[in-house]
Design a binder for this molecule. Structure first.
Ligand SMILES: Cc1cn([C@H]2C[C@H](O)[C@@H](COP(=O)(O)OP(=O)(O)O[C@H]3O[C@H](C)C(=O)[C@H](O)[C@H]3O)O2)c(=O)[nH]c1=O
Length: 180
């Protein structure tokens, strides 16, 4: 499977080959060997799926160690703007973010290591987001950062997304002490 390493260390984007014929198309959406070839040692234990109306923004979320999660994320329907923020204190790209469109045409997948806050904006109605996690959900370990934080300076392309009450009160980056 073709892949590309991004400037944030450990972040890899995969581009599965689509086999098209007169019935439609086929692709391998996950292949452990492809992960190993990209130098990713992760074992996944949980799949998550969410459906979002257009302009829904979920994030920026992470689980604190020892329940930190690496994720392999993709849009299986619609389009999303996926954003990850490096919150690894010792990283030279601490506080920097990557924004990538994930869509059901390209079927690109993004591998997000532990130590990143993650969120996405649904660019189309009923965008279906499917992702693998390397640790189980642990509600008490959930944390996050404010999606519109001025210091993170993320251009989401929308001014007034639909955000959960929980996400509306996530902390500012300037007050943040990373657990990574
Ligand atoms: C994440 C999760 C949630 N839940 C329950 C808890 C709530 O009752 C309900 C909705 O959860 P939440 O509002 O946290 O869902 P999202 O806002 O989509 O959260 C996710 O959004 C961003 C994009 C992420 O990267 C994380 O995986 C995750 O935080 O599902 C579970 O039962 N298991 C789970 O693994």
């Amino acid at each position: 499977m073709e892949y590309k390493e991004h400037f944030l260390k450990g972040v890899v984007e995969f581009f599965p080959k689509q086999f098209k014929d007169n019935r439609g198309w086929f692709m391998e959406s996950f292949n452990e060997k492809a992960m190993q070839q990209a130098g990713i040692p992760t074992v996944f234990v949980q799949d998550n799926q969410s459906v979002s109306f257009k302009n829904v923004l979920r994030g920026l979320h992470f689980q604190k160690p020892p329940f930190a999660q690496a994720k392999l994320v993709r849009a299986v329907a619609g389009r999303v703007l996926d954003v990850i923020v490096d919150i690894r204190k010792a990283s030279p790209t601490y506080g920097k973010h990557l924004a990538r469109e994930l869509n059901a045409d390209q079927n690109n997948l993004l591998y997000v290591p532990e130590g990143f806050a993650h969120g996405f904006l649904a660019l189309e109605e009923n965008s279906v987001f499917l992702y693998k996690c390397s640790s189980y959900y642990h509600q008490e370990s959930e944390s996050g950062l404010c999606w519109s934080d001025p210091d993170l300076n993320i251009d989401w392309g929308v001014k007034d997304p639909i955000v959960s009450e929980k996400d509306k009160i996530l902390p500012a980056f300037k007050d943040f002490v990373s657990p990574f």
